[in-house]
Design a protein around this ligand. Structure first.
Ligand code: FAD
Ligand code: NAD
Length: 326
């Protein structure tokens, strides 16, 4: 904090401003004089006090500022607020849907395709991991939610027993708090405008960004003829929101879903394997030669990288492919 010095009441009185980064406080003094030279300014910084004497014509002006304290937090970094855990609901054997409530003074709406960071202290160390907020459900009236969406944030998280963050997150009790950051991300809603065909290629929890995209596209993009989701998982039991996806496909003629398993049982009659050129070339086909298409891809880093490479080989342009990466 700075103290405004007593300046003589003359029209040539200088003014000043300050700004700071992580390591530096910069004080700018505006004298409105063209002929200022280094002899006209004397600056001292001693015992936490900054003192600048500026000589303009026959007057001397004094700026005396006290730095109130050391910079304590990274003010250029992400801002966190504490959110309360309201509910947790099983999605599969290892994945849950968590509802977090924003504090009363916060308004925050996470843009489509963006993620937030959750932060918690685990045995004395701060751990931060990114998560992509989802909707409460894919059901029926997609625009309406049981809760107004500016107070609650839904996050679908897979728990890894040997993981650094998720086992501790899963131990939170209803009513406990977790720190949640401002959103980040490169996806732009405008990428969906004027779209005719949307292809979503997801693996495991890489499904999370697809949820809001799917909902937004079906509800808001008038020219949209088709939305297809190709969803890669290890086993049937790993498929997130399978029932909801199948119900949506039944009721919404523009939407199709295809499940691909890498570790199926012998009863599985659907598609098998990992991401490959034959699977993608069959799935991602323009229905018209000049259709406006977007392909969104998200999953383990190697899955996403491989997918982007294969789509390039299939002659889709950079603008037509959005990969969700860290
Ligand atoms: P980690 O400690 O990271 O470990 C994960 C697994 O990998 C464990 O099984 C662990 O044993 C194994 N492992 C760790 N290190 C190694 C190693 N060196 N070699 C071999 N195996 C290893 N996840 C979600 O569930 N939902 C989301 O919505 C979501 N959104 C994301 C958004 C973005 C932008 C990104 C980048 C990731 C997202 N993730 C999401 C993943 C999430 O951020 C975490 O990576 C995940 O929750 C695992 O965290 P963890 O600390 O519990 O596990
Ligand atoms: P998983 O281990 O259950 O695998 C799901 C499927 O992904 C597999 O069946 C397989 O088809 C495919 N796959 C896995 N490893 C592969 C590889 N090396 N090469 C090609 N295909 C592979 O997946 P999970 O445990 O749910 O992990 C999901 C991943 O998605 C995590 O790594 C997470 O960080 C990432 N993710 C990223 C974002 C983002 O926005 N960047 C968002 C959510 C999740």
């Amino acid at each position: 904090k700075s103290q405004v010095p007593d300046l003589p009441a003359k029209e040539i009185s200088p003014s000043y401003d300050w700004f700071q980064t992580e390591s530096l406080v910069t004080i700018v003094i505006y004298t409105k004089q063209k002929d200022m030279d280094s002899e006209s300014v004397i600056v001292d910084y001693q015992d936490g006090c900054f003192r600048a004497e500026i000589v303009i014509k026959d007057y001397s002006y004094l700026l005396h500022t006290e730095l109130s304290h050391e910079i304590q937090e990274d003010i250029t970094g992400l801002y966190y607020r504490k959110c309360q855990l309201i509910s947790k609901v099983d999605v599969t054997h290892d994945t849950k849907l968590y509802c977090l409530m924003l504090p009363p003074g916060t308004h925050l709406q996470v843009p489509i395709g963006h993620h937030v960071y959750l932060k918690q202290t685990v045995t004395g160390t701060e751990i931060v991991k990114p998560y992509t907020p989802v909707l409460e459900t894919l059901h029926s009236n997609l625009k309406e939610s049981l809760h107004p969406n500016n107070k609650y944030i839904y996050i679908m998280i897979k728990i890894y027993h040997t993981g650094l963050f998720t086992p501790y997150f899963n131990c939170l009790q209803i009513g406990d708090c977790v720190s949640l950051s401002n959103p980040e991300g490169t996806f732009k809603k405008s990428q969906l405008q004027e779209l005719e065909e949307l292809f979503l290629v997801a693996a495991g929890t890489g499904f999370t960004p697809m949820i809001k995209i799917l909902n937004y596209a079906l509800t808001n993009i008038t020219n949209l003829r088709k939305v297809k989701l190709m969803f890669f998982n290890k086993t049937e039991g790993d498929i997130l929101w399978r029932n909801q996806l199948e119900q949506l496909a039944d009721k919404e003629r523009r939407f199709e879903v295809e499940f691909v398993l890498s570790e199926p049982t012998c009863e599985w009659t659907g598609k098998q394997g990992r991401i490959s050129l034959p699977l993608l070339s069959e799935f991602v086909k323009r229905s018209l030669e000049d259709s406006r298409v977007l392909i969104c891809i998200c999953g383990p880093a190697l899955f996403t990288e491989q997918g982007i490479r294969l789509l390039k080989d299939l002659n889709f342009s950079q603008e037509e492919v959005h990969g969700f990466t860290a």
